[in-house]
Every structure is written in C-alpha cells, then in structure tokens.
Design a protein around this ligand. Structure first.
Ligand code: MG
Length: 389
C-alpha cells in the first residue's frame, strides 16, 4: 500500500452565487492522491479540497505534507491486513516532526490531504464514506438521513432585500426548511430589516440562523445581541473575534437564544479553550468546527471526544462547509446536521447532482468515497487535475 503520486492545484472560488462579484481573490486547493491499488485497470485515486472560506494551501502541501506521504512505506500507511490505507496512520505520518501549537493554517493543508486519504480508503473498501467511517470509528450512531440547512444570504450590492428574499424563496422551493443569512457587515438597522424580510417567509424564528462573520467588536456585539434576542432565532453565529472568549462569555450570559461558534477555530487546543472559557451552554448552543480546517477527521474526532467529556452531545455539532465531505461526516458520526451551500462556493458547495432535499433532510449517495464523481462540475475539475477529460 503506497501513495504513488499527489497532484495539487489552487483554484479560484467565489463565495457568491454570482462569481462576477468580487470575492477578495478567495481560492482553495484541490488534491488528488493516487494509490497503488488498481481497480478495473486504473489506480484508485482519492480526492480532497480545502473546504472553503480560507485560502489555498499549495505551499505547505507541496513542500511539507505531501512529501511525507510519498516517502511513507507500506507499514506506515496500511491497515494491519495491508489491503487498504489506514487514514489515522497516514495522518500520523503527515504530522511527524510537527510541534504542538503554532497551528496557523497548516491544519487546513493537513485537512485537505486527509479528506483525499479518507476518500481513497473508502473507495478501496467499496463503501460510501459515511458507512466506511461509521464502521471504523462510529458507535452505531451513523444514519442516512441528515438534516441540512441552506447557507447563503450574503449582502447584495443593489436591491439587497428583494434579491435576498428571492434567494430564500429558492431555498424553500428546493425543500430546505431552515436557512442562514449574513449580518454584521452593514448597520444594525439594515440587518434587522434583512432578518424581518426573511422571517416573513418562514414559519418562525427557529428556522433562521444569522452569521455575523466575526465582525462585531465587544461593544457592538452586546448591542446586536440585545436587538436580536426578541427574534428567538435558530442561532446567532460568529459574533466576535473567534479567540475573544471573554466577549463570547459576556454575550452568552446576556443572550438567551442559541449561539453558534467554532467555525474559525482550527485545533483541539483552541476548541477546548472555547469550551472552557467561552461561556457556551451545552444543550442550547451549537458548535461549527470544520473537520477539513481543523487538521482533518482525526483531530475532529478528538474534538468530539473532548466535547463529550465536557458534557456536550453530538446534537450540538453542525460542521461548517456545506459540501459532500461534511454531509458524510455528519451522517457517519450522528451529528445534528450539515450546512449546505447550494449556490455559493461553486463547484464545491452542495451535494450530488439531482440531490432531493426532503423536508430539510438529505441522504448521502451510495457511491464509494465522498462521491465527487456524483457531482459533475466538481468531478470535471478533479479530472483536469489528473490530466484527463
Ligand atoms: Mg460562519
């Protein structure tokens, strides 16, 4: 069991449904890990990408982490029987000689390769990732029906309210029952207008989450929390700097409805500090750690174990990144649900072609791996990475 080639490329990505809108030169990295296992005359290849919202990781992948996988021998990567990659062992191999702390964004580089390793291992086993992962590390909580909510609701440069409500109507027409929109980028009065316009389309505040994108200062966070509390929203997300645990705790003590945090914390150590010092409330608040951004699934599993040790349940976890990988992870581990990005961050956002959202839930497909091959626009990108049509 060896890795014979690793291809990587950083590609532009838009956070908007309209890729013509300026997106701050955002990009992400795609990787293909080629194995020496052959099926139907071709090598099995695992695909991964750097989730989205952070920048690409070509440098670290190319210079540091991919060479360690390429240099690994059979015993370093394989299961005991030798017939498959063991992704947890491969992760140890990538992290050899790395020191604790100083996470930076190396965790995103490792998480990108980790996704491709899981995809390859599940393909070698001939299983969809959620079943493969559920069998390997699950405790029987794997399920096929995953609650999803539609993420989007970014600001529009003109006709914002009309276009926002059009977008939400499209989500509802596609079967989503819960949505998330952005706030924090304009005045509080403008944001309340957005919230009220969207609420007029929904059965109640519990169907709308708002994401402040870490925009608020300690003072404006309090003002926003006071103004938003009467709406009893599904959750209020990313209210201040992700590492400002004191402000998190102050908001949590003054704001009754659910909060959500964790999307921009990328390690077990940071996640533990949020739980210790952020004042968040088990049984009420939500945790959005992105398995790709925080060093991949091995670290995400350690974060889940830490949470459970602090009295949290998986019903609080909704991983950031509304894509195929997060859907499989949510299904395998019995998490509360998954984000979906049907319009944004294309071609990575969203699920398999033709996916039906039924009453706010989705079923992962049975294709082996994470199912890149079931999403034609995404598969086309990976085929070009491999130099095939
Ligand atoms: Mg967010």
């Amino acid at each position: 069991m060896r890795v014979t080639d690793i291809r990587e490329r950083t590609v532009p990505i838009s956070r908007y449904a309209d890729p013509g809108m300026p997106s701050g030169n955002l990009n992400t990295t795609v990787v293909a890990i080629v194995t020496d296992v052959r099926r139907d005359g071709a090598p099995i290849v695992g695909f991964g990408f750097s989730s989205f919202g952070r920048f690409g990781q070509s440098g670290l992948i190319r210079e540091r982490f991919a060479p360690r996988l390429m240099a690994a021998g059979d015993d370093d990567l394989a299961t005991q029987s030798g017939d498959n990659i063991h992704p947890l062992r491969a992760w140890d191999c990538m992290m050899q000689d790395e020191k604790p702390g100083g996470h930076g964004e190396r965790c995103v580089a490792v998480g990108t390769l980790d996704m491709a390793l899981w995809d390859a291992a599940a393909k070698i086993a001939g299983r969809p990732l959620y079943r493969f992962l559920g069998d390997l590390v699950g405790d029987g909580s794997a399920r096929r029906s995953v609650p999803v909510y539609a993420g989007g609701g970014y600001y529009f440069s003109s006709d914002d309210i009309d276009r926002l409500t059009d977008e939400v109507r499209q989500f509802l027409d596609h079967g989503y029952t819960r949505v998330k929109i952005k706030i924090g980028g304009r005045s509080l009065a403008d944001d309340l207008e957005r919230i009220e316009a969207v609420l007029s389309l929904l059965p109640g505040g519990d169907h709308l989450a708002v994401d402040a994108m870490n925009c608020y200062t300690p003072e404006s966070a309090i003002q926003a929390a006071k103004a938003l509390a009467p709406y009893s929203l599904r959750w209020l997300e990313d209210i201040c700097d992700p590492l400002d645990f004191e402000t998190h705790a102050r908001i949590a003590s003054a704001y009754d409805p659910p909060l959500a945090a964790g999307e921009a914390l990328f390690s077990l150590a940071d996640a533990r500090n949020l739980i210790r010092y952020g004042g968040l409330r088990p049984g009420r608040d939500f945790l959005l750690f992105d398995p790709v951004h925080c060093y991949g699934l091995p670290e995400y599993l350690r974060i889940l174990a830490m949470l459970e040790g602090h009295g949290w349940s998986r019903a609080a976890c909704q991983p950031h990144g509304g894509h195929l990988f997060s859907l499989h992870v949510a299904a395998a581990l019995g998490l509360a649900g998954s984000e979906s990005n049907p319009h944004n961050f294309q071609p990575f956002g969203g699920f398999a072609d033709g996916t039906v959202v039924e009453d706010g839930t989705v079923h992962p497909r049975q294709a082996p791996g994470i199912g890149v091959e079931t999403r034609s626009s995404l598969y086309k990108l990976f085929r070009s990475l491999l130099g095939s049509n």
